[in-house]
Structures are given as structure tokens and as C-alpha cells.
Ligand binder design. Structure first.
Ligand code: NAD
Length: 246
């Protein structure tokens, strides 16, 4: 018997990284998984039984169509973007883009998924925040940290409003996780600091365990929060950061 038997789970940004690992982990536990991403090609090869389709979390129509199709009991809002720079480098357009993709998108998806969850008597919403948020400040993450702190506030707000109606809402705050976009960030930092190796050393050195996380380690927490094992848990940020903020 799977830990998620009978549950329908929709994942955003499921094409790669943590989203993809979470799709595979939830499917392995018996969930009917709807894997969505803006990049159709990235959704290829997820395997039989996983329904994959394009969903742009910045587009309200796309979100509405996706929720009507999946009717999820579990919503994993994973989409997000990392802006690099301090307050002095941050541009208005970059702020608007990141707030829209990292925060407003979750407002859209939760607002679209909640009525169905309430009608069916319950649901679990899992939002992707970061250790870099209200938990800890990280260098050159002004816009990013702001957006991920907002995710924690939004999560607590939804949790408290629906706590008596079977809806749970939690968020995940990872430290650095190996993913395609993280590799791109290491490459671009490498251009600034002289080499890829030096950039890698800097990223790893802020993780006290001496390594970054694997996406599968975050996916294990997603499975727990999606399952009824976490039935007494709501409104919480779950820090999973290899001791970075400890
Ligand atoms: P990633 O950044 O490598 O992949 C992101 C995915 O999002 C891509 O497949 C992309 O196509 C998709 N995407 C982009 N815009 C979209 C849109 N408008 N609608 C739907 N999908 C869209 O994956 P990752 O590094 O695993 O990051 C996933 C989430 O985890 C993000 O919210 C990120 O902020 C958060 N996070 C990542 C780390 C890390 O170190 N990797 C740490 C903490 C939190």
C-alpha cells in the first residue's frame, strides 16, 4: 500500500529539479500525479501513469484550466526563480517578475484549487519557500529572500483561515539543492569569482554538512506533507537546509 494511495496531486515546475523529484516520489507512493511546467519538453519521460501538461503559473487562465483538469487533493506550488543581487542591483522589472512568479502565482493556484478541496472535504497545500527568507539572509538574494519570506506569511494565513475545514497548508524551506538552475547559478558566479570550482566551493562552504542537498531529499518531505502522516501539521515552515540556519 502506498502512503498517497487515492490522492490526486498537482505539482508546478515539475519539469526538473525538486518539482520533478517530487512527482516521481509521490507517484511511487501511489498518488495520481499531474506534473505541470511551462516547458513542455522538460515534462517528457516522467513515466506511465503520470499525467503531464503545460501550466504557466503566471497565467490565470492556464492555472484555472489546470486545476479543473487535475482537481487536486494535494497542491505542490514549486515554481520559483532566483534573482541575484543586493537591493542596489535590483531593478523594478526584476522585482515585479519575481514577486509574480514566486508569490502571486501561489495566490492564483491556491485560490483556484481551494474551492474543489473544500467541496471534497480536505486537501494539503505545500508551498516552496527557502531557508533564504525570513529564516536566514543570504548574500545577493534581496529580491529572492523577500519573495520566499512572503511565501511563509501566505502559507500561515491560508492555514489559519481553513484550519477547521480539512485544509492544511505548509511550506518547505530548503538550503541549497542540486538542480539544473542551481548549476546555472554556479556557472554565472564562476564568471564573477574566477572559476566554476571557486563558485562551487563558495556554495558548498555555506552548507555545514559540506554538501548541497539532493532533490530527492526535499521530495521526501513533500511526500510526508502530502500524506495523512502529517495530519496534525499546518501553518509551518519546514527548514531542510543541512544545518545552514542552525
Ligand atoms: P529549477 O529552478 O531548476 O526549475 C524550475 C522549473 O520551473 C523549470 O522546469 C521551469 O521551466 C519552471 N518554470 C519557470 N517558470 C514557470 C512558470 N511560469 N510556470 C510553471 N513553471 C515554470 O528547479 P529547483 O532549483 O528545484 O527550484 C524549484 C523551487 O525550489 C523554486 O521555487 C526555488 O526557488 C526553490 N528552491 C530551490 C533551491 C535550490 O537550491 N535549488 C533552494 C531553495 C528553494
Amino acid at each position: 500500500m502506498g502512503r498517497l494511495d487515492g490522492k490526486r496531486a498537482l505539482v508546478t515546475a515539475a519539469g526538473q529539479g525538486i518539482g520533478r523529484a517530487s512527482v516521481l516520489a509521490m507517484a511511487a507512493e501511489g498518488a495520481q500525479v499531474f506534473a505541470t511546467d511551462i516547458n513542455e519538453a522538460a515534462l517528457a519521460g516522467l513515466g506511465d501513469g503520470i499525467e503531464a501538461f503545460v501550466l504557466d503559473v503566471r497565467d490565470p487562465d492556464s492555472v484555472a484550466q489546470g486545476m479543473a483538469r487535475a482537481r487536486p487533493d494535494v497542491l505542490f506550488n514549486c515554481a520559483g526563480f532566483v534573482h541575484h543581487g543586493s537591493v542596489l542591483e535590483a531593478q523594478d522589472e526584476e522585482w515585479d517578475f519575481a514577486l509574480d512568479l514566486n508569490v502571486r502565482s501561489m495566490f492564483r493556484t491556491m485560490r483556484a484549487a481551494l474551492p474543489g478541496m473544500l467541496e471534497r472535504g480536505g486537501g494539503s497545500i505545500i508551498n516552496m519557500s527557502s531557508a533564504c527568507s525570513s529564516v536566514i539572509g543570504a548574500p545577493n538574494r534581496f529580491i529572492y529572500g523577500t519573495t520566499k519570506a512572503a511565501v511563509i506569511g501566505m502559507t500561515k494565513s491560508v492555514a489559519v483561515d481553513f484550519i477547521t475545514r480539512g485544509i492544511r497548508c505548509n511550506c518547505i524551506c530548503p538550503g541549497t539543492v542540486e538542480s539544473p538552475s542551481w548549476h546555472d547559478r554556479v556557472k554565472s558566479l564562476g564568471e564573477q569569482v574566477g572559476s566554476y570550482e571557486e563558485a562551487l566551493r563558495q556554495f558548498v562552504s555555506r552548507q555545514p554538512m559540506g554538501r548541497v542537498a539532493k532533490a530527492e531529499e526535499i521530495a521526501a518531505l513533500v511526500v510526508y506533507l502530502a500524506s495523512d502522516e502529517s495530519a496534525f501539521t499546518t501553518g509551518q515552515p519546514f527548514v531542510i537546509d543541512g544545518g545552514w540556519s542552525g
